[in-house]
Design a protein around this ligand. Structure first.
Ligand SMILES: C[S@@+](CC[C@H](N)C(=O)[O-])C[C@H]1O[C@@H](n2cnc3c(N)ncnc32)[C@H](O)[C@@H]1O
Ligand SMILES: Nc1nc2[nH]cc(C(=O)O)c2c(=O)[nH]1
Ligand code: SF4
Ligand SMILES: [Mg+2]
Length: 270
């Protein structure tokens, strides 16, 4: 059973109030890695708040569209991670590489012997002890529009608010950074994990993989390119997973399930 630690509960344990040696944490929990080549591995998830992008489908909209968090000292985070007895830690967000302190946290986790995975949108490069860079570059189909607005319920927002045109424009401008992608691929053991909404995404994926291969001195094997069906619930995945699996088979890319959604649907802390 996944265990979750509510940041509201954790907040009372420390008095971190600024960004020095602290991170804005949205949630910290123990679960099975649900995505990518380590799917099924028991892991502690540390989810930072704040993101530079605004994907309409964001399954963690409380770190992007409607951010909430408690500031936790790195000491508190490392201690809480240790409580679960796992040897894999997944640093995610939001966008974890926005924060300088994520590097310090990764240094501390690495020194303590943990395997570290960083889930990142690939727009920011940082030098850190990262065992697996799980990079999920964002496609044109992630950009919010009048039809697809982010936040709870994804579309439309519960308050009926129209899409924030400035956020949509910023997302479209910032969603890809070839230099950052190339440096991540060159420096770290990397998987490129694309959220696929349907067959129309494939041309952009193929083109982007080629551009990364041209820009990076390291190889990107087809088996390091993962297609993940878009969907935050079992019902949604019922409508996408088979199509995406067939696209992977057809192209020779790898398919990744969303094991946590299959197991626990959209329950918090999983
Ligand atoms: C919430 S993001 C946090 C890390 C980073 N911001 C990123 O996008 O890679 C974690 C992972 O969930 C994926 N994701 C987010 N919403 C999704 C959805 N509706 N369906 C499938 N994958 C989704 C992201 O692409 C990423 O691989
Ligand atoms: N079980 C589980 N696996 C995951 N892999 C990546 C996740 C993420 O949100 O970054 C995630 C998540 O939220 N839960
Ligand atoms: S980049 Fe990641 S955290 Fe940010 S909005 Fe997109 S899926 Fe959500
Ligand atoms: Mg998730």
């Amino acid at each position: 059973m996944p265990v979750d630690a509510d940041p509201a509960d954790l907040a009372g344990e420390g008095d971190a109030t600024d960004t020095e040696d602290a991170l804005p944490i949205n949630e910290l929990f123990h679960s099975l890695q649900g995505e990518g080549r380590l799917a099924g591995v028991p892991s502690v998830f540390v989810r930072t708040s704040g993101c530079n992008l605004r994907c309409w489908f964001c399954d963690s909209y409380h770190t992007s569209w409607e951010p909430s968090h408690a500031w936790l000292d790195l000491d508190e985070i490392v201690a809480e991670v240790g409580n679960y007895g796992a040897d894999h830690v997944v640093l995610t967000g939001g966008e974890p590489l926005l924060h300088d302190e994520s590097v310090t946290l990764l240094d501390r986790l690495d020194a303590a012997g943990y395997h570290t995975t960083v889930e990142t949108n690939g727009t920011i490069y940082r030098d850190a002890p990262i065992d697996l860079a799980s990079v999920s570059p964002k496609l044109a189909s992630s950009t919010p529009s009048a039809d697809r607005v982010g936040g709870e319920g994804e579309t439309p927002r519960p308050d009926g608010e129209p899409v924030d045109a400035a956020a949509a424009e910023r997302h479209e401008t910032d969603r890809l950074d070839l230099d950052a992608l190339a440096r991540l691929v060159e420096t770290y053991d990397t998987q490129l994990k694309f959220v696929v909404t349907g067959p129309d995404d494939m041309a952009e994926i193929d083109r982007l993989v080629e551009r990364v291969r041209e820009a990076a001195s390291a190889t990107v094997a087809d088996s390091d390119v993962l297609l993940m069906p878009e969907g935050t619930t079992r019902d949604a995945l019922d409508g996408t997973r088979e199509t995406v699996a067939e696209l992977a088979l057809d192209r020779g890319y790898r398919y990744t399930p969303r094991l946590h959604v299959d197991l626990w649907n959209d329950a918090p802390g999983t």
